[in-house]
Design a protein around this ligand. Sequence first.
Ligand SMILES: N[C@@H](CCSC[C@H]1O[C@@H](n2cnc3c(=O)[nH]cnc32)[C@H](O)[C@@H]1O)C(=O)O
Ligand SMILES: [Zn+2]
Length: 424
Amino acid sequence: MILIEGALINNNIQDLLIEGNKIKRIGKNLIDKEHLNKKDLKIIDGKNKIAIPGLINTHTHIPMTLFRGVADDLPLMEWLNDYIWKMEAKLNKDIVYAGALLGCVEMIKSGTTTFNDMYFYLDGIIKAVKETGIRGFLSYGMIDLFDEEKREKELKTSEKTIKQIKKLNDSKINPVLGPHAPYTCSKELLMETHNMAKEYNVPIHIHMNETLDEIKNIKEKTSMRPFEYLNSFGFFDDVRVISAHCVHLSENEINIIKNKNIAVSHNPISNLKLASGIAPIPKLMDNNILITLGTDGCGSNNNLNLFEEIKAASLIHKGVSLNPTVVNAEDSFNFATKNGAHTLGLNAGELLEGALADIVLIDLDKPYLIPKENMSSHLVYSFNGNVDIVIIDGNIVLNDGKMVNIDEKKVYEMAEKAYFKLIC
Ligand SMILES: N[C@@H](CCSC[C@H]1O[C@@H](n2cnc3c(=O)[nH]cnc32)[C@H](O)[C@@H]1O)C(=O)O
Ligand SMILES: [Zn+2]
């Protein structure tokens, strides 16, 4: 058992007891109250620290850490077609492993305990997830470009991946289906994905309405907007869909998102960087739509620090609406915690008895956290993501700012080498 003693937890200085992978008790003087024997405990001194639920990043392409800084200042289609997809053709399992490892380390060191990913060479990603101890929702990203042969291949790989992940029987690694987007996937692929999601009871992760161009493209082909088109063949029925981006939406599409309980992964920094636009988050919130946060890949962000996303989400909507009361600190912190957990069906996102022990501790002796009051404001508007202790599924994976299970230096060296293989 792990006991966090005397930390700031849910606005009170108190203790938190972890048993197995769950939070067992939260309260004052737990050693006495729970009749605990110190020698059975791993005690974490929580003095001068705040404990928060681990953050949940609902849209990543984790191995893309290797693409950090290689193709900046471009619009989406040019970025994908002329740069990213060309370099991705050189990837292999080992390069992906190196990029994923770097990504997992980066996420843990900035307080993320769960991520929802879409990529390929999943063997490499699974290996990195296992070695670092993070919680992953992993999908193989499918793109058929309307080619039947490619479609069959992509669907087969997805099905194989779901089976492979289920076989691992590791509650920290969960399968998801990842059709890339309506502009890269045929209707047949999307329909098959829907059936497979129901058959295997897994969620679907897809890019939706990221740019005006792709919406124009779908409208020309189908006379419908993307959400209307997918809805026309029941894509959203009886499955959990996490839609990344949702930047440009019509009233009717907002109604579909609301009525079909679709979760939105808001990626404000990637959308700003690729000049895709700004999602209508306050309007979606008015419609009680579940908003979560994602960084997207490091080719378009360029990091995985979800605290930056929390801050950006709370700022940009104030700026565009000329209204400082929209997306307040609590809203945006909930996007990255409670809402992410709810979307992925995780009993996490809040520090509660019985919830999963996915916990982040932050040392308060940092200039940007002083005065040590109004912490819920600091965490959104002032904190930079530099966390000290991370516990995932009841295991300490970051201690004193250092990775516990892995040699960070080796990860950085491996990633550097992998990068040079990509650009040569
Ligand atoms: N099996 C596919 C791979 C799809 S993985 C998911 C893809 O999403 C791409 N991607 C990353 N960020 C974005 C984004 O913001 N919008 C659209 N695609 C993205 C990423 O580069 C990767 O190619 C194939 O054969 O190419
Ligand atoms: Zn993406």
